[in-house]
Design a protein around this ligand. Structure first.
Ligand SMILES: NC(=O)C1=CN([C@@H]2O[C@H](COP(=O)(O)OP(=O)(O)OC[C@H]3O[C@@H](n4cnc5c(N)ncnc54)[C@H](OP(=O)(O)O)[C@@H]3O)[C@@H](O)[C@H]2O)C=CC1
Ligand SMILES: O=CC(=O)O
Length: 322
């Protein structure tokens, strides 16, 4: 008998067809949330789940007694409760590598737009405020030949370091728990302590996974260590930063500006002060969101799921569950 899998969101037709070849399945092919009774019914039967960002914890797993594998269409898997999944023998897979270049492009969009104030100045022109004599009020800061500190020099971090070094002649430094020699040799990245990186970088980029160690890694003390002219970029997860401390740092001029793709709460609270600061560029968590990359991610997640539920070893079992 074929394994039964549940797909909890719309996916490309090719990914669905691939799953259909190997599994019995059903799909929630709509944008509105799945009604609890439908989810409950699906979970009671499913051997596998294809999802993105759904919290997989012990109460979820209790409702899914036959579940053997969860495949997420994302590289981040902080929504997996590893302990609970391990206890039930549920495999978890993610989609690394296929999004590296796309996320790196988006990080550069944040770096450039926050340094040269492009969203703010676009508004300025469209609002009819551009006038003869405009000069210093339109100035930004240079990206080329400046310094970029990457906290979390991994697969995506390296794609960013390559752009920084060869595209913009930037000095790259990084801070990980362990050295990444490839980044040092290829991009001249200098390994530093977190404090040293914060004190010396023109651009501070957070690119770590969200883990108990990285939760609120950047707070009031860390913002105070940064240069007053520093621009803070976050494309990791919102919870790696103390958002109240970030707002305070921006309001008090402790740092110059921020470029943010991720937030503590997503979608962000419409009353957040971050949405009213001209020196903050905000994006709706779109690091990997191009049609081609999302297609590759869905195909990879589908392959991971099929392998896992048919008793084979998928290539992308997350480290803590392999
Ligand atoms: N905004 C968006 O749309 C996207 C966001 N992301 C986020 O980016 C994250 C990174 O992805 P990816 O590059 O593929 O992951 P990798 O695992 O390849 O890289 C993460 C790096 O972070 C370092 N790291 C881990 N813990 C710490 C720590 N406590 N302090 C300092 N460094 C640490 C690791 O090095 P070491 O082990 O040596 O510490 C590793 O090199 C994802 O987990 C996800 O949260 C990813 C894709 C899109
Ligand atoms: O945030 C996106 C991811 O792939 O992780």
């Amino acid at each position: 008998m074929k394994p039964y899998v549940f797909i909890d969101r719309p996916i490309p037709a090719e990914a669905e067809a691939y799953i259909a070849e190997h599994c019995a399945y059903s799909i929630w092919d709509r944008k509105d949330p799945i009604p609890p009774d439908v989810l409950q019914e699906e979970l009671s039967q499913a051997n596998g789940l294809l999802t993105s960002g759904r919290k997989i914890d012990s109460s979820f797993l209790e409702a899914a007694p036959r579940l053997r594998a969860v495949s997420t269409i994302s590289v981040g898997y902080n929504h997996f409760d590893i302990t609970a999944m391990k206890a039930r023998g549920v495999i978890g897979t993610n989609t690394p590598d296929v999004l590296n270049e796309t996320v790196a492009d988006l990080v550069f969009a944040l770096i450039l737009s926050s340094a040269r104030r492009t969203p703010e100045l676009d508004r300025y022109v469209k609002d009819g405020l551009w006038k003869p004599g405009d000069n210093e009020n339109l100035f930004g800061i240079d990206v080329h030949h400046s310094s970029l500190g990457i906290i979390g020099m991994g697969r995506i971090g390296e794609a960013i370091a390559r752009r920084a070094k060869f595209g913009f002649s930037m000095e790259v430094s990084y801070c990980n728990r362990s050295r990444r020699e490839h980044a040092e040799q290829q991009y001249g990245a200098v390994y530093m302590t977190l404090e040293e990186l914060l004190r010396t970088s023109d651009f501070v980029l957070l690119m770590t996974p969200l883990t108990p160690e990285t939760a609120r890694l950047i707070g009031r003390d860390q913002f105070r260590m940064m240069k007053k002219t520093a621009i803070f970029i976050n494309a990791s997860r919102g919870q790696t930063v103390d958002e109240t401390a970030l707002i305070e740092a921006l309001q008090e001029g402790t740092i110059r500006a921020a470029g943010l793709d991720v937030f503590d709460r997503e979608p962000i609270d419409p009353d957040s002060p971050l949405l009213r600061m001209p020196n903050v560029v905000t994006l709706p968590h779109i690091g990997s969101a191009t049609a081609r990359t999302r297609y590759e991610m869905a195909m990879l997640a589908a392959r991971n799921l099929v392998l896992a539920v048919t008793g084979q070893t998928p290539p992308n079992v997350v480290a803590e569950l392999s």
